[in-house]
Ligand binder design. Structure first.
Ligand SMILES: O=C(O)CCC(=O)C(=O)O
Ligand SMILES: [Fe+2]
Length: 211
């Protein structure tokens, strides 16, 4: 039996059309056309309405590390609920273990430099972000639009790059099979060169988020 806060390759591969990305270093999957045009339009509208500069845990010296804008999506909005339901059906994770959905918007020149989504144990912000819900476990990310140029997501340790494509979902386990954080999940939201990029990010935790 799988734990309520967990997903697995077997669960994900039950979904028609999902592909495991070949790598023996990460559990990483891609699913095209996960969400339709109406839902994408609604989510983009919400991001436009409520965006604020993106922030970082353990922010270092580099003010240009993450230059995008972020939107905390209101769980009461019907389109946000619809996306939560689709994610739960795909990954089998009890929604209590998820952080609230976020939207990200990148203008030309904006990026999120190479990083891992898990928090640094012992980092200055560990207690602030992890004392209740624990470490991040899985990441689910959905591209809401096609980008005219740039904006790919590059996993440089495993040499794989994903182009933004409206409705496409990427998801990966931030841990190795033994449960420790996996540095091979390092990824870079590369600069948008032309157009604008919108994505949804959903992160899960070891313990309930405490909604
Ligand atoms: O925008 C991307 O391609 C990556 C976003 C990302 O890595 C994040 O929000 O953690
Ligand atoms: Fe990330």
């Amino acid at each position: 039996m799988i734990r309520p806060g967990e997903s697995s390759a077997d669960t994900l591969l039950n979904h028609r059309g999902i592909q495991r990305v070949p790598s023996d270093r990460i559990e990483l999957f891609q699913l095209r056309q996960f969400i339709d045009g109406d839902l994408r339009t609604e989510l983009i509208r919400l991001i436009e309405q409520d965006r604020r500069p993106s922030t970082l845990a353990d922010a270092g010296e580099d003010r240009y590390f993450r230059t995008s804008e972020t939107c905390d999506l209101d769980a009461g909005e019907p389109c946000v609920r619809a996306l939560e339901d689709k994610l739960a059906a795909l990954n089998g994770i009890d929604p209590a273990y998820g952080e609230p959905l976020q939207g990200q918007r990148y203008e030309v020149g904006q990026e999120f430099k190479p990083h891992c989504d898990y928090f640094n144990r012992g980092g200055t912000d560990w207690d602030k972000y992890c004392s209740v819900a624990g470490q991040r476990t899985w990441t689910f990310m959905i591209y809401l639009n096609d980008v005219e140029a740039g904006g790919a997501t590059r996993f440089r340790v495993i040499g794989k790059t994903f182009q933004p494509e409206a409705g496409k979902l990427l998801c990966w386990n931030n841990r190795r099979p033994d449960g420790t954080e996996n540095p091979a999940t390092l990824h870079h939201g590369m600069k948008v060169r032309k157009g604008r990029k919108y994505v949804i990010t959903k992160w899960y935790r070891e313990k309930p988020w405490g909604w």
